[in-house]
Design a protein around this ligand. Structure first.
Ligand SMILES: NC(=O)c1ccc[n+]([C@@H]2O[C@H](COP(=O)([O-])OP(=O)(O)OC[C@H]3O[C@@H](n4cnc5c(N)ncnc54)[C@H](OP(=O)(O)O)[C@@H]3O)[C@@H](O)[C@H]2O)c1
Length: 229
């Protein structure tokens, strides 16, 4: 299989890349960092890119992918920001989160639309629909990502798209929320601390096992992996 992934520097993206590489699949990755765990794989094609640099994404994708026909693209890269109330969150902070979680993916999807891609999975979040207090720009960005995938789903009849909430996975992003979020102001912090969590490896395996089932749902849908198992 030929697989494109964004954000393999840590957490879920790193684990997904490792799973695919160990299975002998070809992985094409855009990310700022190449973690040590992924060094030395001949089937990894890596290009270092900060996805905030929207103007560089198109050229980077052409350089990385050439005329490869993709079986799968996983839009995983994301940022969360600080948990706080909407009123305390500046437009500048929200714009920064939107720039990565939504607009970088819009540019990537424009490029993918010109290529042969069988399946696209954008990593969303339960925060995109929960509206839990404190998620601010992150919730807005993941809700917009869900709609972005729905809109491209309408435009890409030969590609199956899903916006997928991956469940709760013990990654640097989750740890940041659990350590820095105020559990008294934001009950979601306590809920996350107490919730069972998957390791990144287990989270990656669950997503990979679930990929064929996603195809049973209409293209463009938002799905939560916890409701599929
Ligand atoms: N963990 C959870 O429980 C959970 C739940 C719901 C949704 N998610 C979603 O899962 C995805 C992965 O998050 P994670 O939990 O694995 O957190 P993470 O460890 O913080 O991973 C974030 C990933 O995004 C990449 N990234 C961040 N900024 C980037 C930039 N400017 N340019 C390119 N890549 C960038 C990072 O790679 P580099 O360091 O190489 O840039 C890293 O691989 C995110 O979309 C997140 O919203 C996670």
């Amino acid at each position: 299989m030929e697989i494109f992934i964004t954000g393999i520097g840590s957490g879920l993206g790193e684990a997904l890349a490792l799973e695919f590489l160990e299975a002998g699949e070809n992985v094409y990755a855009l990310s700022r960092h190449l973690p040590r765990s992924l060094e030395g794989f001949e089937n990894l094609h890596f290009l270092s890119l900060n996805l905030f640099a929207h103007e560089k994404i198109g050229i980077a994708m052409e350089e990385l992918l050439g005329d490869v026909e993709l079986d799968l693209a996983i839009l995983n890269a994301g940022v969360v920001g600080e948990l706080k109330e909407m009123e305390e969150t500046s437009l500048h902070e929200i714009e920064a989160i939107m720039d990565l979680n939504v607009w970088a993916n819009k540019v990537i999807l424009d490029r993918l639309k010109r290529r042969t891609v069988k399946q696209i999975v954008a990593i969303s979040s339960g925060a995109s629909v929960s509206g839990a207090r404190g998620w601010n720009g992150y919730a807005l960005s993941k809700a917009a990502l869900n709609m972005l995938i729905r809109l491209y789903g309408e435009e890409m009849p030969h590609t199956h798209l899903t916006s997928l909430a991956p469940g709760i996975i013990d990654t640097p992003m989750l740890r940041y929320i659990m350590e820095h979020g105020d559990p008294h102001r934001f009950p979601v912090v306590q809920r996350l601390r107490e919730a069972p969590k998957m390791t990144p490896r287990d989270g990656a395996r669950l997503i990979i096992d679930t990929l064929p089932r996603l195809l049973e749902y209409p293209s463009g849908e938002y799905l939560d992996i916890r409701q599929l198992h």
